[in-house]
Design a protein around this ligand. Sequence first.
Ligand SMILES: *Cc1c(COP(=O)(O)O)cnc(C)c1O
Length: 440
Amino acid sequence: MSTPSGIAALKHLDLDGHDLPPSPAPSSPNNGRKYALATELVYTDSGDQYNASSVPIYQSATFKGGPGQEYDYTRSGNPTRTALERHMAKIMNANRALVVSSGMGACDVITRILKPGDEVVTGDDLYGGTNRLLTYLKTHGGITVKHVDTTKLDVVKAALSAKTTMVLLETPTNPLIKIVDISGISSAAHEASPECIVAVDNTMMSPYLQNPLDLGADVTYESGTKYLSGHHDLMAGIIGINRAELGERFYFMINSTGCGLAPFDSWLLLRGVKTLAVRMEKQQTNAMAIANFLESRGFKVRYPGLKSHSQYALHDSQARGAGAVLSFETGSVALSERIVESTKLFGISVSFGCVNSLISMPCRMSHASIDPATRKERSLPEDIIRLCVGIEDLTDLVDDLSQALVRAGAVRLTGDSFVALDAEDVEGQTGRTTQVVDEP
Ligand SMILES: *Cc1c(COP(=O)(O)O)cnc(C)c1O
């Protein structure tokens, strides 16, 4: 694993020149074997003067003293933020990590290095906020943005040229759960244009399951609001890089615009990320079981852990798990709406990565900012339901979902077992226990 460079670690200096030992300094056992990620996540050594077990919150905007001291102003640097950045670098397999006020803030920092005339190649099934920011850059920043089907390597190759400055990828996409070949596209992009920066939004996987930098990307970034924090109690964005020069350019933007993460939120994130491994393992196990449950009831389920996913092998080759977000179609918008309104444990909410389970209709919520025509063009089914599975008891979750399906009229309960009705059955069925109202 590449932690801060060996020399920096020996001198106990990080890339900002901060003399902070070791959370992210190499923490491998003496026999040379490195610790597993689950261990690295919880191992921190803040070097605090009182040996505080939890990194202190330096809730201070200024630091007294003359020029040349380590910290002077929190916009430029803060010890709590530095501790988080060093911890995150270790976890992301990056030489340097930078933390900012939100995932979109991270995307903003990265895309700010673009100049008028630059060309970006990106996907056609992007996170709504990313899509909105790129559209703004296109209309106000003189940047060319090419949206292509990034699941097809030949399509991406055809879009790449010596003019391509940046390739922005997301995998798996959400809610369509399309998989993008990070390594194949990174090689093709660097071949077409050696200076091209390949940036990957890793929010759906988290560094616990996927490390884009190890697959050839130049930048990995993600929303810390999701799995990293795990409790929907803060907003944050993380950028991971190996190239010192890119790190300097991003740091310049953060210091210039003042989007560095606040001390208290940095502390909350340091606290939240310690449980990433246990949360993700449990969420993923629950998600797999729920995906199987829905598929066995005849729904069209999209989840990269299912063998029926057309890109199962590609995902398996670049990630260590399938994550905890899945989506399914019911065949009817009205039916989907009733299912979403009928669950109790699955709370109706945007976002994901939280310890509790969530349900949503992306076309009505997170992706509502994409106009219906574009949604149609990008084959985003209007009836698609997204589930973000939490750490609750699996039986309770399946019960909650089953009852919602029955109440909504998607399946029928006879005796003790569910009679699976697929969407077409539901639409055509007569004499159901629950009336299905067709869409107007
Ligand atoms: C949530 C999310 C973002 C934006 O992160 P915020 O912290 O909400 O700004 C970006 N990309 C993906 C894939 C996301 O899910």
